[in-house]
Design a protein around this ligand. Structure first.
Ligand code: HEM
Length: 511
């Protein structure tokens, strides 16, 4: 290993964690109600976000969770969530999450500090333009065709009269990986049909990201761990495999660079472009950052952010639909009427509001991630919540906050029948009269042209893709991908549940 310098750096990072983040009781919020957690709650079988739901019902929309010397402020109130994500968003960074993800994503958009984020966000958002998304919709169709063929083969070999059992989460993960590889850097993982060292490495790294987001002491910041802890050794080997692959793709894109203004890039004829990928856009953009390291961090971030999340929403939507024959029948009717046997196009996605509402409803019930993580960069005063302290709570610099999308999405104060899967809820206005003139609920009128029911129509009660300045950049990509995949899968086939998917105990590790 590389000597004392690294070790000292690592030690000081872990010590900083201990003194600032992990053992810092003084984060203000003196008056905030406290829910006393047991350390065993963090290690038990039940995911943390489910324990947070029970405490939310007992302690209210803002409470403090103390595990020994460590404290988190848990927010389940839409007014406070809006303040943190939008109104005073520049006072918050990703805190614990950034420390967890930095070794994987570097200065990619998700963990990025605010300075880096401002520059990269401005470069990345224009890349998701209409012509790109249209090209993507065609690609989603081609990739899903492969999954459908695979499933049909499995069904055909299982012709002994019994229904074939398929692990749909794995199918969706493979589909999602192929799609994100082609869409982001024009690389065909081919994971629906084959296994490769790069695919194995991607899954290894994702697994480690998940492990880190549920492990509360960042021992991996100590450099020796990467030589002696077996899972760290494997993680660094996997990371090297992916980085080598990404570096080659970046070199290839740079060697064929055709510089242009953003507007010109957005008007390219994507039906004729050989490589419509996101990387191509970033490299060709006039004045863009061509630093290999930054490009690699951007690609890695998209790979991790856009893969498991979409697979999860597909798995949960399918699971929910097959248990609700009426909702399933409505979806199938919509697909038959709008698309039939054709490959879905962009216009079809807009013409299938019920299917999109079903996706949003499954994101409401099973948000991925269930918690958004923030840390205060300076002192702040949280606004009064819907039924909280009328003066609001002062919090201190360094305070760690968990905004629980899970709690917001299932709050009995904000939703009618919060635990029921009912896509039609998004066509109805729901307002809780208990809040005396303060708006809390959902209003379809406010959804406007958005492809899915969102934080605007619910005033931060629904955060499937977050909200405010750090809202997901891949939201449309994801909804379009999921709509195409479900369209092609649900026609012609009857699927039934043979088990229950497991919610993952993650923070916003995927994003
Ligand atoms: C951010 C969810 C798909 C790229 C986020 C955030 C959420 C989210 C909740 C906000 C995190 C926070 O505020 O802490 C999802 C879900 C997806 C999905 C549920 C699929 C159903 C994608 C895809 C991509 C992507 C397909 C890329 C192709 C990103 C990036 C950010 C992000 C780069 C960080 C944005 C920033 O900080 O400026 N996502 N995402 N996501 N997502 Fe997604």
């Amino acid at each position: 290993f590389k000597g004392k310098g690294n070790l000292k750096d690592g030690l000081s990072r872990v010590l900083t964690e201990f003194s600032q983040g992990y053992f810092q009781p003084n984060v203000g919020g003196k008056n905030i109600p406290v829910a006393q957690g047991e350390l065993s709650d963090l290690a038990g079988d039940e995911p943390l976000f489910k324990a947070l739901y029970k405490w939310f019902l007992e302690s209210g929309g803002v409470f403090k969770l103390e595990f020994g010397p460590k404290a988190f402020i848990v927010v389940s109130d839409p007014v406070v969530a809006r303040h943190l994500l939008k109104e005073n968003a520049f006072n918050y960074d990703k805190g614990v999450l950034a420390e967890i993800l930095e070794p994987i994503m570097g200065k990619g958009l998700i963990p990025a500090d605010l300075e880096t984020w401002k520059v990269r966000r401005r470069a990345i958002v224009p890349g998701f333009h209409r012509a790109y998304l249209e090209a993507m919709v065609n690609m989603f169709g081609r990739c899903t065709e492969e999954t459908v063929r695979r499933l049909d083969r499995v069904l055909a070999t299982n012709s002994n009269g019994k229904p074939a059992v398929v692990d749909m989460e794995t199918e969706f993960l493979n589909l999602g990986l192929d799609i994100i590889g082609l869409g982001v850097f024009n690389y065909d993982f081919g994971s629906i049909t084959q296994e490769s060292p790069v695919i194995k490495a991607v899954y290894g790294v994702l697994k480690e990201a998940e492990h880190r987001s549920t492990f509360y002491i960042p021992y991996w910041n100590l450099p020796i761990t990467k030589y002696i802890v077996p899972r760290q050794v494997k993680f660094h080997r996997d990371l090297a495999v992916i980085n080598e692959c990404l570096d080659q793709l970046i070199q290839l894109a740079k060697s064929t660079r055709q510089e242009d203004d953003i507007e010109a890039l957005q008007q390219r004829d994507y039906s004729k472009v050989r490589d419509p990928s996101f990387l191509r856009f970033l490299v060709d953009m006039r004045g863009g950052d061509l630093d290999d390291r930054q490009l690699r961090d951007d690609l890695m971030t998209m790979l991790v952010a856009g893969h498991e999340t979409t697979a999860a929403v597909l798995t949960w939507t399918l699971f929910s639909l097959v248990q609700q024959p009426q909702a399933e029948a409505r979806v199938v009717e919509e697909i038959d009427r709008v698309v039939g046997d054709r490959q879905p196009e962009m216009a079809d996605i807009y013409a299938m509001p019920y299917l999109r509402a079903a996706l949003a409803e499954s994101l409401r019930l099973y948000p991925q991630p269930p918690i958004l993580i923030r840390r205060a960069l300076g002192d702040d005063v949280l606004p009064a919540g819907l039924n909280g302290d009328p003066n609001g709570y002062p919090i201190g610099k360094g305070a760690d906050l968990f905004i629980s999308s899970w709690n917001l999405h299932r709050s009995p104060h904000l939703w009618k029948d919060p635990d029921t899967f009912r896509p039609e809820r998004f066509a109805e206005r729901f307002e809780n009269p208990a809040f005396e003139g303060r708006w809390a609920g959902y209003d379809p009128e406010l959804q406007g042209n958005s492809l899915y029911p969102n934080e605007v129509a619910s005033d931060f009660a629904l955060l499937p893709f977050g909200g405010g300045i750090r809202k997901c950049v891949g939201d449309q990509f994801a909804i379009m991908e999921a709509t195409v995949a479900l369209t092609m899968l649900l026609r012609r086939r009857r699927l039934r549940a043979d088990g229950r998917p497991q919610p993952r105990n993650r923070g916003s590790s995927g994003r």
